[in-house]
Design a protein around this ligand. Structure first.
Ligand code: 13P
Length: 251
């Protein structure tokens, strides 16, 4: 009942011309899909052109971040209205790389999420534990703190417009993928938490993506888990054939 969502986070990769080439290859190799949502998240400079290239494809477009103010003297930042005007339907918020390198906190994730919702963007809110936190047995407590922090102050209707992404930090870009059981345990916990923060119906419809070394050869088993509703893909989303195979997962 939840439509799978396969999302490519291109991170800080591809010039405008390279983005155009990649999105053309993706359209060629993926084709039209009604039974699953396909999303790409290029860098800011490429958004408008990629939006144009995606016309008629039905694929979704996301930015990789946003700032919570709408405009003003915030050098270097990009706002929700700008992203929406560039053709985005979604925006990634709180990616672990932003938490790790750019000082993102639960409070900034919350402000960004509220701003995205105000501008009609679907926030893709990322959470995930580090290796130390997992080894200390703190995974579920960390995830709960991040989800509660990011969703602070939101009502059920707003929570219903979110996508959540579980990305264990130790699995990102390392080739070390969470086992389907490890991922499912956290996804089920997140869904339970969404039920508490919103209600059962909202939790049932909320899409929770897994991210962290998703590849053509592990996507099928991950997508077989009941609470894994899609994937947020980094490295493998930059290779059209790999991402096309991930979109074509079979569970
Ligand atoms: P990799 O797929 O490269 O591990 O990256 C995952 C990720 O961070 C997606 O947002």
């Amino acid at each position: 009942m939840r439509k799978p969502l396969l999302a490519g986070n291109w991170k800080m990769n591809c010039t405008i011309a390279e983005s155009q080439e990649l999105v053309r290859q993706l359209r060629d190799q993926i084709g039209a899909r009604d039974d699953r949502d396909v999303l790409v998240a290029p860098t800011y400079p490429a958004l408008a052109l990629v939006a144009k290239e995606l016309e008629g494809s039905g694929y979704l477009l996301a930015a990789q971040d946003l700032y919570w103010e709408d405009s003003g003297a915030y050098t270097g930042e990009v706002s929700g209205p700008m992203i929406a005007a560039a053709g985005c339907s979604h925006v990634i918020i709180g990616h672990s790389e932003r938490r790790q390198y750019f000082g993102e906190t639960e409070e900034t994730v919350s402000k960004k999420t509220q701003s995205a919702l105000r501008h009609g963007l679907g926030p893709i809110v990322c959470v995930g534990e580090t290796l130390d936190q997992r080894e200390a047995g703190d995974t579920l407590a960390v995830i709960e703190r991040q989800v509660r922090g990011g969703l602070d102050g939101l009502g059920s209707e707003e929570i219903g417009r979110l996508v959540l992404a579980y990305e264990p930090v130790w699995a990102i870009g390392t080739g070390k993928v969470a086992t389907p059981e490890q991922a499912e345990e956290v996804h089920a916990a997140i869904r339970g938490l969404v039920a508490k923060l919103a209600d059962d119906a909202t939790a049932e419809q909320c899409r929770i993506l897994y991210g962290g070394s998703v590849k053509p050869d592990n996507v099928d088993v991950l997508m077989s888990e009941p609470d894994i509703d899609g994937a947020l893909v980094g490295g493998a989303s930059l290779k059209a054939a790999d991402f096309a195979r991930i979109v074509a997962f079979q569970s």
